[in-house]
Design a protein around this ligand. Sequence first.
Ligand code: HEM
Ligand code: HEM
Length: 214
Amino acid sequence: MAVYEKKYVWSILMRIFHWCFALSIATLVITGLYINWPWTNTWMEGSHQFTMAYMRWAHFIAGMIFTCAVIIRIYLWFFGNKYERIWDFIPINKRNIKNLFTTLLYYAYITDSHEHRLGHNALAGSSYCLTLILAVIQFITGFYLLYPESHFWVSLGSIFGTQQEARFIHHILNWYFAWFAVVHIYIVIWNDIKSPEGLISSIFDGFKFAHKEH
Ligand code: HEM
Ligand code: HEM
């Protein structure tokens, strides 16, 4: 019988980040798509309902929460616990490069052997880093659209071109986040079924289970 040890992996701040990020993205994708294509417009706008105004308001509130979450996670890249720090999972050393390839083979059903890690595997970790970098671009373009008269946001946002160009980038990234959510939820469920380490519950209570060495 396999014996498991309970280990504390995700700090409270990391878990707060996760759920603020996940829930704000769900809100931002729905309200963002509404701003782009107001599907109720012809029958609701112009009445007392103010649907577009409420959608924009929800988008901006969720946008503020999203931005705070992203800043918290970047802080944890450098000052979090050892599983949360960026160098634990990005493929810049031999251990992580090897893990990146074995995880790819494992996910492609080519091998069943893989390294059991308490933190992120290198493939997941790299995709989370990319997501965080795109999240920074998303909030810069978002604030550029929101405050077209702010010197700070205009000088930062102009890196991405005119307002229209920034809006286009903001729109394309919307689809990245929407697809990321779908693929991510699929992969965490797949992993939770394949290896009994309590992956999903770890993002709620912070604990994972590791094989106990004899
Ligand atoms: C039912 C919903 C969800 C569940 C059960 C879930 C579960 C998890 C778990 C278990 C991890 C840790 C995975 C690991 O150790 O590699 C994780 C990480 C992560 N999740 Fe989710 N997730 C959910 C929804 C979302 C959504 C909607 C998003 C955003 C679109 C998201 C973004 C992330 C990110 C960015 C990380 C990495 C955290 C880091 O920076 O280290 N999650 N999630
Ligand atoms: C994952 C995060 C986000 C997603 C998925 C998202 C999605 C979208 C989408 C699809 C649009 C419509 C653009 C178009 O017409 O094609 C939009 C507009 C906009 N978003 Fe976001 N957004 C996000 C984050 C943010 C943030 C952090 C802010 C900053 C507060 C923001 C502010 C805005 C503004 C100001 C507009 C234009 C509203 C208007 O013209 O009425 N967004 N967003």
